[in-house]
Design a protein around this ligand. Structure first.
Ligand code: GLN
Length: 230
């Protein structure tokens, strides 16, 4: 008796930084967080039986919050890289991205990353784009909390270029073609993963199983098409 299943679904906190459209951003009309990562983690929760509580935070705080267990899940276009693998565990890769360069639409001197030597570069703090930009010879790199602020700095001439994830650059440039353009090729391939606290294999398994199910059911492809249109 009393064996009825009254267990509530677990609820996990999910951290992201919400100026990273189309992966995570605030819908201007509804005021709600939305985007590919947001819908993906919700869908994983649905097939794996957990709820999510969404938390917008500074990008540079996400990995450390997951590391300490302050946050259960990091889903924020997080590139799986060696440094981060020392702090957190990642799901199987769920998206292939890469860095690209954004300049002002009327810029005619910067045609690729090769022309960024000695230039002023705006980046988002704590990102792979920031790391990359700092390896460019003589570059003067400024870190911004938000991608949208880094872009604004390019627009108003405070910086010559933004180095940031290409899918996000594509999104913002397509919204504002009179202000910006992308130049050159994709700089490096990067793979996104969903981060959990090191050793939290139970949650990691749920996430990996969920991803697998969504790929098999076609739901992943649907989300991909919705947000990236390919
Ligand atoms: N993919 C990049 C990184 O992991 C940028 C992610 C982001 O700005 N949300 O550093």
């Amino acid at each position: 008796a009393g064996d009825k299943d009254t267990k509530e679904k677990p609820k996990y906190t999910v951290a992201f930084e919400a100026t990273f459209a189309p992966l995570e951003f605030r819908d201007e009309k509804t005021g709600e967080f939305t985007g590919f990562d947001i819908e993906l983690i919700k869908a994983i929760g649905e097939v794996e039986g957990f709820d999510v509580e969404l938390k917008d935070m500074g990008f540079d705080g996400i990995v450390s919050s997951v590391k300490t267990g302050n946050i259960d899940i990091g889903a924020s276009g997080l590139t799986i890289d060696e440094d981060r693998l020392e702090s957190v565990d990642f799901s199987t890769p769920y998206y292939k991205a890469g860095l690209s360069v954004v300049v002002r639409a009327n810029e005619d001197k910067i045609k690729s990353v090769k022309d960024l030597k000695g230039k002023k570069i705006a980046v988002q703090i704590g990102t792979t784009g920031s790391k990359y930009a700092k390896t460019i010879e003589g570059a003067n790199v400024t870190d911004f909390d938000q991608v949208t602020d880094a872009l604004m700095e390019v627009k108003n001439g405070g910086a010559d270029a933004l180095v940031n994830d290409n899918p996000v650059n594509q999104y913002y440039v397509s919204k504002s073609k009179k202000d910006y353009k992308i130049v050159g090729d994709i700089l490096e391939s990067e793979y996104y993963g969903i981060a959990v606290k090191k050793g939290n294999t139970k949650l990691l398994e749920k996430i990996n199983n969920g991803l697998k199910k969504l790929k098999e059911s076609g739901e992943y492809a649907k989300l991909y098409k919705k947000w990236f249109g390919e």
